[in-house]
Design a protein around this ligand. Sequence first.
Ligand code: LLP
Length: 437
Amino acid sequence: AHPFNVNTKGHLEIGGVDTIELAEKYGTPLYVYDVEMIRNRARAFVQAFHDAGVTGKVAYASKAFSTIAMLQVAKQEGLCLDVISEGELYTALQADFPTEKIHMHGNNKNEAEIAMAVEHDIGCVVIDNFHDMELLDQELLKQNKTMDVLFRVTPGVESETHRYIMTGNEDSKFGLDLQNGQAEAALKKVLGHPRMHMKGLHCHIGSQIFETDGFRAATDILFAVLEEWKQKYQFESDIINLGGGFGIRYTEEDKPLPPGEYVKDMIQGVKENCYKYNMQFPEIWIEPGRTIVGDAGVTLYTIGAHKNIPGVREYYSVDGGMTDNIRPALYQSKYDAVIANRPEARTEKEVSIAGKCCESGDMLIWDLPVPYIEDKDILAVFSTGAYNYSMASHYNRLTKPAVVFIEDGQDHLVVKRETYQDIVKNDLSYDEIKSFT
Ligand code: LLP
């Protein structure tokens, strides 16, 4: 139950390319992306707005997977871009991403980030708190520029997801609070402001969400606020940004809706509210990350050590682990995988897949049904395209894997495998320390 084919050799293939050949050519662990899937997802979101005849903007949340080639794909697909740091903005600039289509988020933007955003005239800054409002104001004055802003608010909607990735509830580090008047106080500061142009509200209620109720509830709350602001301040919102968070399928337990369904429901919710309050129809913006890249990505590993504890468990270790996929350790996330050499062989047992890091919690998959396994078999773990490369670490001084894009039946290296020189490149030896003093 994965979207990839098996070729005549009986090997798993991605975008028409044999994964066993990829593993030989580039080594493992290896992140492989089917670019056509990425494009199809992006197009499904864009198309859903188009079909409804509604002005919408689809901003790719680059935190999910940010590399120059990926941002170029996003650019080619006409997406906007959500960045939350100087590093993400820098990557976007390197990818030649149109700066007017970039939105900046972040709950603790610093002077340098805001200065960079203003200098490059990005499309808008999403104000998260009074601190970044103040910094933005100063910077705009300094550079004598203006900036469109949205307010990120916390609507107090709880989505049924893991606590660490739940962001829309009231007790959250993100956004201006609606309950105790923070958002309204912020509005008063920004209305009629000579440099900040208030364009609307933003919320992000969480991630890996399978239902549309949460978005609907958040929409209703945002509109209730807008109605109040319309009455009190004659403020009308040009934009309503409902964030990202649409779920994908990691294992059979996950039942996501097609991208277009989320959008259709959101549009309906906005329409009803506009009708109810007699308001102009705003642009609807969304920020999918995981849905764009998640299941387009597969990680290939080589299987090594085997440990059997009779009657208890069989462990197979792979050449990566929590360094390239922290999600099982961090969120108890579940993954599906096959032996890429023989994905269709009959499964005969359940084994657990361990990483190679020095940590008991470094387990990738518990109780995976597999056929027989031989040394150096290739394990393909599905749906590893979002928040895996982007959250990769150097624990145990492991190098970050290479990233390969598959498109039109061709493989293209888009991120080189790190080397040990890369690992020590910022380290200073005692000899160097002495030469400085
Ligand atoms: N917009 C905002 C303001 C966000 O905070 C996020 C994700 C997104 C959009 C994109 O959400 P997505 O469509 O990708 O669910 N590291 C976690 C996910 C953290 C998400 C943080 N914010 C994970 O691996 O599941």
